[in-house]
Design a protein. Structure first.
Lengths: 164, 455, 289
C-alpha cells in the first residue's frame, strides 16, 4: 500500500542519531553537504533530510498543517481579490484556519520530539522507562492530543458563533 | 389630581372664552375717557365678539396690568396719549412684562400730535422706529381722500393688504378701501424675524412733519413701502404686539365714511371690517395654531405607537394634527400658498427635513404626515416640527427618541450574503479536516511496522 | 432747443387735457439724465433728454462707480414751481421693491438728484432686469400729481465682482434635507465566489491524497475497537456529534439550546476520551504506534 520511497526513507532514518526536523542541516545525515553547495543542492538536501528523519505520524500532521495553510491562503487570497465583505465571515473563516494551524503546531511540538523518543521503545527499549522519561519532561502524547481536541472544539465554537 | 385640575381649568376657560383663544379681558387705555364715545362702534363690536372691555385712563389709580403677579387683563388696547407718558402703571417695562406673560397689545398712534416719548421708547425696544421728531405724517399725492383732505392729502385711501408673501396667509385682505387719516408711520428694523408689516404705504407715499414746510431731501427718513401704516411684532411666546398708525381710522366717523381718490369714485370705507380683522388678529382670534396630537411609529402594520426607541434604517411614519382658531372655533389648519409644514429628524443638526403632507382631516384639525427612513446613524434623535410663520402662533413640537444599532440577531445570516460563502466553506473545510485528522491520528498504524510485518 | 421745449409743453398740455380737470397738473421740463463715469469730466459719459410723456427707448446703464444724474425743472401747469414732493422713484415690477430719492429742489423748480450704486439698497444690486425709473412730482391742493416712468435703469455690475447678498433671516420654509445613506456593502461577483468555494472544497481531496501518499491508514481501528469498543465508539461519536451540534447551532439553534447539549456531549467526550486515549497510550507503549 505505502509508496516505496517513504518506506525506504523511514527505514534509512532509523539508524540516524536524534534529529529534530527544525534543524536538519546541522545533523549528520546519510549524505553530507559540501561547503560550496548550490541553493538547489541545499534545498534538496534539506528536503531529503526532512523526509528521511521525520516520523510518519508527524508527516501526516505536517500534511494536515499544509492543508490548513492552503485553506487559509485561499481565503486570504479571496479577501484580497474580492473584498472583505462580510468581514466577520472572513475573520472567522480565516481565523479558523490559522487557529487550527496554531493548535496543530502545538500538538506537533508536544508529540514530535518525543516521537523520536518513542522509536527506541519500538526497538525494544524498556517501555516503562520511556513513559517515565515522558512524564518527567512534559505531557504524554495522549494528554497533548486531548488538549488539542479541547482547544479545537472551543475554536470551532467561537468561529461558528462569529460567522453568524 | 393634577389631571382633574387641568380639566377643571379647561372647563372654566371654555366657559369664559367665548371668543378669543386667549381670554376675554380687554383693557382699553384712553387718556381722556370722555373721548370713548368717538369709538363707540369699536367697543360695541368688541363686546359683541365676547370681550369684557374696561376703559381706563392711564392716570387712574386703580389701573394695574398685574394683580398678585398675574395678568389682570388678557389684552391691552392703547390709544395714543397726549401727555408725555402713559403713567406709572404703563411704563414700557410693564408693557413688555405684560407681553412676556402672554398678553396681547394693540397700540394705536396718531399723526395729529407728536407721539409720546414713552411710546416711542417702547416701540424702540421692539425694533419698531418712529420718525426722529415723532410727529411725522404720511402723505401721498396719489391715494388720498379728495373729500376730506383735498388740501392736505393726509387721509390715505388704500386697498386692504393682500398676503405679505406667497407663503404667508392673508389675514387682512378683502374688498373695499380703507381710509387712514393722519398716519404716524413706522419703519421696521431689518434684522428681526418677529416683525412683520401688516399694511405698508404705497410707493409714492412719503412722510413729513406738517409743522415744517417743504422737507429737505436729507430730512426724508423713508419713503414708499418702507413706511408702515400697520405693523406687528409676534414675540417668541406668540404674544402679539400690533401698531396701528392711525387711531382715527377706528373712530365711528371713519367706520361709516365715504371716500374718493383723485382718480376714483366715491366709495364707502371698510374700516369697520378692517378693525375687526385687525383686533381679531391682535387679540388672537385668528392665526392661532394648536397641535392636537402627535404620533410616530414604524411603518409596519400594528407597530407600537410612539415608541421611545427606533433602529437605524427603520421606515417610520410621523403624524401631526394641527388646528387653527378662526374667530370662535377650531378648524382644520390649511397651509397658505406654497408654504410647507416641515418635519425635522434631528441630532444636533437635522438629518432629514421633510414636508409634512396633509393626508386627512378631523372635524377640527388637519392630519399631516411624513414617512421616512431613520438615518444610518445611531444616537438620540428628535422629531421636530418647528413651524414659525408671520402672523401664525408658533408650533414647536419636539419628541426625543433613541435610534439604536442593529441588534446582534438582526443582521442577515452569513449564508444569505454570497460574498461570505468562501469563508463559510473554509470554516467547514477546517472542521471536516479536523475530524478526519482525529481519526487518522487515533487509528493510523505506523507504516514502518506494516512494512516489517509484510517483510 | 426751442422747438424741443415747445413740443414738450405741447405734450404736457395734451397729457393734462385728457382728465379734463380744471386744476393744473404737475410736470417737468428741461430734463436730462446723465451717467458720468468716475474721473470723467462733467460732459463725459452718457447723456440724454427726458420727456414727461414717454420713457427713453433704451435702458440707461449704471455701472460700478458711475454717477447717475437727473436734472429737471418742475412745473405746475406751465410755470416753474417748487413741488412738495419731487422724487426719483426706482421700482422693480417683479419683486415689488421700491425706493425713492428726493430731488434737491430750488424755489424756481430746478431740481437735481445724483445717485451711485453705493446709494442703492443691496437688494437692487442683484436684480437682473432693468428697474423702472419714475419721476414723482406732487404738491398739496388739487393739482394733479405727476408719476410716470421716464427711463429704465439697468444696474450693471462688473461680472468679476461678487454680487453682495443680504442674509436676513425670515420665517418661512427651509430647504428640504434628505439624509444620504452610506452605500451598503455589496458581495463580489458570484462567479469569483463559486470558483473560490470550489477551490476551498478541493483542498479536502488534496488532503486525502497527501495522506494517502504518506501512507495514512486506519489499520488500528479494529484493534482499538477490540480492546475498548465502548469508549472508542463513544469518543469518536461524541466528537462527531459535537461538530453536528455546532452545525445545528449555526443553522437554527439558539445559544441556550446549544450550551446544555454541548455540556452533555462534552462530558461524554471527556469521560470516553480519557479511556479511549488510555487505550491509545497502551498501544503506543506497547510499541505499536
Amino acid at each position: 500500500m505505502a509508496p516505496k520511497r517513504h518506506a525506504a526513507s523511514t527505514t534509512s532514518a532509523a539508524p540516524s542519531a536524534i534529529t529534530t526536523p527544525a534543524a536538519p542541516k546541522l545533523s549528520s545525515g546519510p549524505a553530507t553537504l559540501k561547503a560550496n553547495a548550490s541553493a538547489a543542492e541545499i534545498a534538496q538536501h534539506v528536503w531529503h533530510q526532512y523526509s528521511s528523519t521525520t516520523p510518519q505520524r508527524t508527516l501526516l500532521l505536517d500534511a494536515f498543517m499544509a492543508f490548513l495553510v492552503l485553506v487559509g491562503g485561499l481565503q486570504f487570497l479571496y479577501c484580497v481579490l474580492a473584498g472583505n465583505y462580510p468581514f466577520n465571515a472572513f475573520l472567522s473563516g480565516f481565523g479558523a484556519a490559522v487557529g487550527q494551524f496554531v493548535l496543530t503546531a502545538s500538538l506537533r511540538m508536544q508529540t514530535s520530539d518525543s516521537g523520536v523518543g518513542s522509536k527506541p521503545s519500538s526497538k525494544g527499549k524498556n517501555a516503562r522507562f520511556a513513559d517515565e522519561v515522558e512524564e518527567g519532561t512534559g505531557t504524554s502524547h495522549e494528554r497533548a492530543f486531548a488538549d488539542y481536541i479541547f482547544g479545537s472544539l472551543i475554536l470551532h465554537f467561537f468561529c461558528i458563533n462569529f460567522i453568524n | 389630581m393634577r389631571w382633574c385640575l387641568a380639566l377643571l381649568v379647561c372647563c372654566l376657560l371654555a366657559a369664559v372664552n367665548a371668543l378669543s383663544s386667549s381670554g376675554s379681558r380687554l383693557l382699553a387705555v384712553l387718556e381722556d375717557t370722555d373721548q370713548k364715545d368717538l369709538y363707540s362702534t369699536l367697543w360695541a363690536d368688541l363686546e359683541a365678539r365676547g370681550y369684557d372691555v374696561s376703559i381706563e385712563s392711564p392716570k387712574s389709580d386703580q389701573l394695574a396690568l398685574f394683580k398678585h403677579g398675574e395678568r389682570a387683563y388678557d389684552h391691552l388696547l392703547i390709544l395714543p396719549p397726549k401727555s408725555k407718558g402713559l403713567g406709572p402703571s404703563l411704563t414700557p417695562k410693564h408693557i413688555v412684562d405684560f407681553m412676556n406673560k402672554d398678553g396681547n397689545i394693540l397700540l394705536a398712534l396718531s399723526g395729529k400730535a407728536s407721539t409720546s416719548s414713552a411710546v416711542s421708547s417702547l416701540l424702540l425696544e421692539l425694533d419698531i422706529h418712529l420718525a426722529n421728531d415723532r410727529s411725522a405724517v404720511v402723505i401721498d399725492h396719489f391715494n388720498y381722500d379728495t373729500l376730506s383732505a383735498a388740501e392736505k392729502h393726509d387721509v390715505l385711501v388704500l386697498q386692504r393688504p393682500g398676503p405679505l408673501r406667497t407663503d404667508v396667509k392673508a389675514f387682512f385682505d378683502g374688498e373695499g378701501v380703507l381710509a387712514l387719516p393722519r398716519v404716524a408711520p413706522q419703519t421696521l428694523g431689518g434684522e428681526s424675524t418677529l416683525l412683520a408689516p401688516i399694511l405698508s404705504a404705497p410707493a409714492t407715499a412719503y412722510s413729513y412733519n406738517p409743522k415744517e414746510g417743504v422737507p429737505a431731501p436729507e430730512d426724508i427718513l423713508a419713503t414708499g413701502s418702507q413706511l408702515n401704516i400697520v405693523s406687528s411684532m409676534q414675540a417668541r411666546n406668540s404674544a402679539r404686539f400690533t401698531v396701528l398708525g392711525s387711531v382715527e381710522a377706528l373712530e365711528d366717523k371713519w367706520f361709516s365714511a365715504s371716500v374718493k381718490t383723485p382718480s376714483g369714485t366715491e366709495t364707502p370705507t371698510v374700516n369697520r371690517e378692517f378693525a375687526k380683522q385687525l383686533t381679531a388678529w391682535a387679540f388672537k382670534e385668528t392665526g392661532v395654531l394648536k397641535v392636537d396630537k402627535v404620533e410616530h411609529r414604524l411603518a409596519t402594520e400594528g407597530s407600537e405607537l410612539n415608541p421611545s426607541i427606533y433602529r437605524i434604517k427603520n421606515e417610520t411614519v410621523y403624524k401631526i394634527e394641527v388646528s387653527e382658531y378662526v374667530y370662535d372655533k377650531w378648524v382644520p389648519f390649511e397651509l397658505p400658498g406654497d408654504d410647507e409644514l416641515q418635519l425635522e429628524f434631528t441630532m444636533l443638526s437635522p438629518f432629514h427635513r421633510l414636508p409634512l403632507k396633509p393626508i386627512g382631516r378631523t372635524e377640527t384639525s388637519t392630519i399631516f404626515s411624513a414617512q421616512f427612513v431613520t438615518p444610518d446613524q445611531h444616537g438620540i434623535f428628535s422629531f421636530r416640527v418647528n413651524y414659525k410663520r408671520p402672523f401664525f402662533t408658533a408650533i414647536e413640537e419636539k419628541h426625543e427618541v433613541t435610534v439604536r444599532h442593529f441588534a446582534h440577531d438582526e443582521y442577515p445570516r452569513s449564508w444569505v450574503i454570497t460574498g461570505g460563502w468562501v469563508w463559510i466553506a473554509g470554516l467547514w473545510a477546517v472542521i471536516g479536516g479536523f475530524l478526519a485528522f482525529v481519526v487518522v491520528w487515533l487509528y493510523s498504524a505506523p507504516v514502518a511496522d506494516k512494512l516489517k510485518k509484510t517483510q | 432747443m426751442h422747438l424741443w421745449q415747445a413740443t414738450a409743453s405741447f405734450c404736457l398740455l395734451a397729457a393734462t387735457a385728457v382728465p379734463g380737470v380744471a386744476a393744473s397738473a404737475w410736470g417737468f421740463t428741461d430734463a436730462t439724465v446723465a451717467v458720468q463715469p468716475k474721473g470723467a469730466g462733467i460732459n463725459g459719459g452718457f447723456k440724454d433728454q427726458l420727456t414727461p410723456s414717454k420713457p427713453l427707448a433704451s435702458p440707461v446703464s449704471l455701472v460700478g462707480a458711475d454717477t447717475l444724474r437727473v436734472i429737471l425743472t418742475a412745473q405746475e401747469g406751465s410755470s416753474a414751481k417748487r413741488p412738495h414732493q419731487a422724487f426719483l422713484l426706482l421700482k422693480d415690477g417683479q419683486t415689488g421693491l421700491d425706493i425713492s430719492y428726493p430731488f434737491s429742489v430750488k424755489d424756481n423748480g430746478k431740481s437735481r438728484v445724483e445717485l451711485t450704486q453705493k446709494d442703492l439698497p443691496i437688494q437692487f444690486l442683484s436684480l437682473s432686469n432693468p428697474v423702472d425709473a419714475r419721476v414723482v412730482l406732487g404738491g398739496f391742493g388739487d393739482s394733479t400729481a405727476y408719476d410716470s416712468s421716464v427711463f429704465q435703469l439697468s444696474i450693471d455690475r462688473n461680472p468679476e465682482e461678487a454680487v453682495p447678498t443680504v442674509e436676513t433671516e425670515r420665517y418661512g420654509k427651509k430647504p428640504e434635507i434628505n439624509h444620504i445613506f452610506k452605500d451598503s456593502a455589496s458581495s463580489p461577483p458570484i462567479v469569483i465566489t463559486l470558483a473560490f468555494v470550489a477551490m476551498v472544497g478541493a483542498t479536502i481531496p488534496v488532503l486525502a491524497g497527501l495522506w494517502h501518499l504518506l501512507g495514512a491508514n486506519v489499520s488500528h481501528l479494529p484493534t482499538a475497537f477490540q480492546s475498548a469498543p465502548l469508549s472508542h465508539a463513544t469518543f469518536l461519536g461524541s466528537l462527531i456529534a459535537f461538530e453536528g451540534l455546532l452545525f445545528l447551532y449555526y443553522t437554527s439553534w439558539s445559544l441556550f439550546a446549544f450550551l446544555p447539549a454541548a455540556g452533555v456531549i462534552g462530558t461524554i467526550a471527556f469521560v470516553s476520551g480519557s479511556r479511549a486515549l488510555g487505550e491509545v497510550q497502551g498501544r503506543r507503549l506497547a510499541g505499536r504506534r
